[in-house]
Design a protein around this ligand. Sequence first.
Ligand code: NAD
Length: 264
Amino acid sequence: MGFLSGKKLLITGVLSNRSIAYGIAKACHAQGAELAFSYVGERFKDRITEYAADFGSSLVFDCDVGDDAQIEAMFTGLSAHWPRFDGFVHAIGFAPREAIAGDFLDGLSREAFKIAHDISAYSFPAMAKAALPMLNDKSALLTLTYLGAIRTVPNYNTMGLAKASLEASVRYLAESLGPKGIRVNGISAGPIKTLAASGIKGFGKILSVVAETAPIRRNVTIEDVGNVAAFLLSDLAGGVSAEITYVDGGFSQVVGGIAEPAAG
Ligand code: NAD
């Protein structure tokens, strides 16, 4: 019996087996959770259906979080199988390519700002609002954020603004849902080579600088993030809400460029 046995969790954001959401699904499954999945785009249906089967699930929903009707339809579809459930993972981010490359102001546009905030930030509380009637007491909601929300990271640009909004939504959602017995948290993950991350200009350099200077002297993995996510989604974390937990090997606490590289 794992510490998530008896819990039903919806996992968004699995696109490949390198996705952070895949690592979270793996850890939650290992701890006994029942899982459902959402993806975006008909062409990914077969792939996500296969991943879901690996985790003993046949619940797979197509949902573009940029569309309220699709969010509603996903929870209506889920309610046919799970009238009530215990939380979800929001592992969704998107910004137009020009808004995550080069100079911040050069890439800034009203349209790119809107898209980045709509898909990467608004969608988290929007999903919470739609799911609320189905959420059990002691449910937990979790999103994924990045250091670029609170520090300037080269090229992260407009996405940093969207992540700052997402982190604020963790706090406001926690305040709104806490009295209903629901906790809300975020994980600020260190850089991991995923499809979304490879859209960020200069991402390879970020990976190598972090591996050389983070206190643990390596990059974190989707398993590292998955294990902390499983804990935060469980009743073991019953006293933790409105929190951004860093799973970055300590990098956020390091003054850049000073640490010695790893020996050997
Ligand atoms: P990924 O490419 O594997 O996942 C991104 C997911 O967002 C995909 O599943 C994609 O389908 C989904 N998505 C994009 N637009 C969507 C839409 N309109 N509707 C529904 N889903 C949509 O990459 P990842 O790195 O695993 O990203 C997951 C989350 O982790 C993102 O929020 C990302 O910002 C965050 N994060 C990533 C890193 C990193 O270095 N990889 C670090 C910190 C935080």
